[in-house]
Design a binder for this molecule. Structure first.
Ligand code: ZN
Length: 601
């Protein structure tokens, strides 16, 4: 979707009725640190440039920025912490440099940091307030903000983050707008440890984080699977620890078996997204393989959940993401996903030459080998690892710049050398993790249904899977004209592209015939959840169905379903849906396993 797509739908420069809000403030570029630091103003600049070029900025409702006030920040942070951030100016002056590092070797401040940190939190609050105003036509949107927030704890800045913007917004939704249940989905490649800890004992906020973990070797080293919250809130923190190089199939699997069923059970009244884009391919820190279109797809999934449960209250807030070109593409995908969904428009047509965004004028070094890590005279990493210096060798010498594999410029990111060679489908480790996670959480208050057993545990042969994919492809082709998914948005893997994804709207046939390089065989299609029935429409069995068909999943007793319209066991609503978390003291605590490990940190 591009400027011409917006124009064709009467959305270009017609933001009066647009349901999607966009908030930012260019002053946030003033927060600036050491030369080459990955969390740099160019991130914001590039995103705004691409939104402008694509026409998306003009098509969205512009939300006025503002600074968060102390009273709002105090709902999450201590007075002492706020004061320390506000004193950045004196810290900088004392150092006699343009920046200081009062929060550790990777988290800088400069004289403008207090303003930018307040703006970063305040912009998201402004978006929330706009969308929560009953008379407003704006229902959802994105805050393009920095510094990021999800590593910031109540009393500590960390990992480039000053204030926990999303946490402050969640509290604001509850205190100022009277919501009881708020969900936070964190898809930044790093664990949102700040948010995790802030809500560890709060069952009114469901926090779901999928992140690279590498057996504690990746910053911040937290977010292990058993960390599920404390006390009566156990079950309301959900951590999905993943390995390096996870990609689209992994996040789709998690969307299907973790995020969608959890949100269905939780019934949020608003959904916030810690929208870091550092799991995108080409990110110098994340080293993963999610595509920009993958983020758009996840946005569409969450929008549909938000539309069903909470009047489309879906608020994305920028977190990390350190390849300016790529995070700009991701933002474009997410914003166009919101617009397409909010306006009930057909999915953007397959990108053709005329609709591609112009090449981004990258202000910094371009991908893939962005040499963006800290200067050589930086101190060593903290014991728990450092976002900047990496956590891959936590007890060894500080890692040098996390590097992308050698790759010729312009070529698509290849599978990481030495990495799994699964061309299609989630990594086996992801399958095992998700299964284990569901085994844990099925015993906790939200009773997450079991995900399928990974391959090997149940044993599905390759030929069986291949045949299954063929069967599903045939079915989807037959159903193409009358898809249950009105968006027709599908995601297909090109057989020759080694796991690269192609995201196509309904016209799969067009794509396959017009691109001879794409193998027409072995194309598993991933479809979004079908549009959910609207509240008020009584469909007791279907109302909580949120299914993403993943045809090449290993068949299993728990989850071998192959069709987006099937009724998987996990989607069957419980006879007695859970009570409001506010009343959760009445929830059966006996369901909680007493043997769970205590939380680290
Ligand atoms: Zn991150």
């Amino acid at each position: 979707m591009t400027r011409s797509w917006l124009e064709a739908n009467g959305l270009l420069d017609e933001c009066d009725e647009c349901q999607v809000g966009l908030v930012t403030d260019e002053r946030m570029q003033l927060h600036c640190g050491p030369s080459g630091h990955p969390e740099r103003p160019a991130r914001l600049l590039e995103i705004l440039a691409q939104l402008e070029l694509s026409g998306l900025r003009a098509s969205c409702a512009r939300v006025v920025s503002r600074e968060a006030i102390d009273e709002e920040l105090l709902t999450v942070h201590s007075e002492k912490h706020i004061e320390k951030v506000m004193k950045a100016e004196s810290a900088v002056k004392k150092k006699g440099k343009a920046y200081a590092l009062p929060f550790g070797p990777d988290t800088y401040v400069n004289e403008q940091t207090p303003l930018c940190a307040r703006l970063s939190a305040g912009c998201l609050l402004s978006l929330v307030d706009t969308c929560m105003t009953p008379s407003s036509h704006v229902k959802c949107g994105m805050a393009i903000i920095r510094p990021p927030g999800h590593h910031a704890a109540a009393e500590k800045a960390s990992g480039f983050c000053m204030f926990n913007n999303v946490a402050v917004a969640a509290r604001h939704l509850q205190r100022e707008h009277g919501l009881e249940r708020v969900a936070i989905v964190d898809w930044d490649v790093h664990h949102g440890n700040g948010t995790n800890d802030i809500f560890a004992e709060d069952e009114s906020v469901l926090f779901i984080s999928l992140h690279r973990y590498d057996s504690q070797g990746f910053f911040p080293g937290t977010g292990f699977l058993e960390d599920a919250g404390k006390s009566t809130a156990r079950g309301y923190n959900v951590n999905v620890p993943l390995d390096k190089a996870f990609g689209d199939y992994d996040v789709f699997h998690i969307m299907r078996y973790v995020i969608s069923p959890l949100l269905t059970k939780f019934e949020p009244e608003a959904i916030l997204v810690s929208s870091g884009f550092d799991a995108v391919r080409g990110d110098p820190l994340g080293q993963c393989k999610v595509s920009p279109e993958g983020y758009g797809w996840m946005t569409r999934c969450l929008y549909r959940m938000a539309k069903h449960f909470c009047q489309s209250r879906l608020f994305l807030a920028l977190e990390g993401g350190y390849n300016p070109d790529m995070i700009a593409q991701c933002t474009v995908e997410c914003m166009q996903a919101l617009i397409a969904e909010a306006h009930g428009l057909a999915a953007p047509q397959e990108a053709d030459e005329s609709s591609l965004l112009p090449p981004a004028p990258s202000p910094g070094p371009s991908l893939p080998a962005t040499p963006c890590m800290g200067p050589a005279d930086q101190p060593t990493c903290e014991p728990s690892g450092s976002l900047l210096f990496g956590g891959e060798t936590p007890s060894g010498t500080p890692t040098s710049t996390p590097r992308m594999g050698p790759r010729s410029p312009g070529s698509p990111p290849a599978s990481p050398s030495g990495g799994p060679k699964k061309g299609r489908g989630p990594l086996n480790k992801t399958l095992r993790t998700v299964r284990k996670l569901t085994e844990l959480h099925t015993l906790l208050p939200l009773e997450l249904p079991l995900a399928p057993q990974p391959d090997g545990a149940g044993g599905t042969s390759k030929s069986t899977k291949r045949n299954e994919r063929r069967r599903c492809r045939k079915t989807s082709e037959e159903d193409a004209g009358a898809s249950s998914d009105s968006s027709g948005w599908a995601i297909a893997s090109g057989g020759d592209l080694d796991g690269e994804f192609l995201f196509s709207p309904a016209h799969r046939h067009t794509r396959q015939t017009s691109h001879s390089s794409l193998a027409s065989h072995d194309l598993p299609d991933f479809e979004l959840p079908p549009l959910l029935p609207m509240p008020g429409v009584k469909e007791p069995e279907a109302v909580t169905q949120v299914t993403v068909a993943i045809p090449d999943l290993p068949a299993s007793a728990e989850g071998g379903e192959q069709s987006s319209t099937s009724s998987p066991s996990h989607a069957t609503p419980k006879a007695s849906p859970k009570a409001s978390p506010k009343a959760s003291s009445a929830q059966p605590e006996s369901k909680q396993k007493s043997k769970k490990k205590s939380k680290r940190k």
